[in-house]
Design a protein around this ligand. Sequence first.
Ligand SMILES: Cc1cc2nc3c(=O)[nH]c(=O)nc-3n(C[C@H](O)[C@H](O)[C@H](O)COP(=O)(O)O)c2cc1C
Length: 312
Amino acid sequence: MVRYIRYSSSVYYSPHDLKRLEAALFFYYHKIEKALSLPIVKPLFGLGYIENTLKLVEQWVQLTGDYDAVVFRGAYSALVSYKSHVGQSLQKSNPKIYERLEQLIFEYERPDIDLNLGGTLEIHNENLTTNNRIQKFEELIRQRHSVRVFTEKHIPDEEIYNAVKLAQHTPSVCNRQCWHVHVFTSDKDKTKILQHQNGNRGFGHLADRVLLITADLKCFFTSGERQQPSIDAGMFAMSLILSFEAMGIASCCLNLNLNAGKESAFRKTALLSKWEKPIMLIVIGYPPKSLKVAVSARKSIESLLSFRDLNN
Ligand SMILES: Cc1cc2nc3c(=O)[nH]c(=O)nc-3n(C[C@H](O)[C@H](O)[C@H](O)COP(=O)(O)O)c2cc1C
């Protein structure tokens, strides 16, 4: 709780802290693209969000000068989409904001900005048959098991890079993407990290890499969001292990349920920033051709699925 209060953006916020500024900009500009993707898009909407987005984009440019950052390009493109949607209605109802919007778009225009990075995207589902998709997904999700035996074959960095890139498609609150993946490779580092975790005995030492998933508390703005770091980074971890599975890389998640004292020792070993929340470890490696995995039987579907009707 103390860490959340101290290091999330719920109490302390300053645009000079670029991580906080980036999260705030994602937060506000996402409201625009989200509104543009609704079944019914109002002719004019979101003046509050627009003002904040304009202010944050200006701050971003002033403080970083980074026109290449995804957050800048996404926000810029979302503002262009917004302007083309609201056009005349905004000009008539709020000429001041319209002018600011127009000026910002003009001033920050760059020839290489891909306007598809913000706003909305048109997708077509008719080419993918539902059968094909579900079959592939079912295969992938049924074939994944927590693996606790690995070969000595080394995983190239590029494979990890590709898996993380795929896992980035995980949804997150307002697209804030709080997650971070730390990869430990040397035997010394892997041992140092794994000794803080009690569930890897008998197999952790066989892993080619030890991954630590963390969440950045600066991405969160209210006390109500206090569980969100674990939710978003947890979902990311799920995508990551499925990506690894699809690439033939086996994995086993390892809990980091540490009490305050143990977490503090772990932080020191992993050299974590104060605003990084450790979520879980994942050990990965190539699996042998044949191996045994724990069955880990699933509960009956009836015990966890309820179709509810609150009026009866
Ligand atoms: C967050 C998390 C923490 C876990 N921690 C451990 C652990 O410390 N040691 C371990 O051997 N397995 C661990 N597991 C693996 C679970 O035991 C395993 O996912 C579960 O039995 C279901 O089996 P399956 O992954 O093969 O489907 C963990 C899984 C998750 C999602």
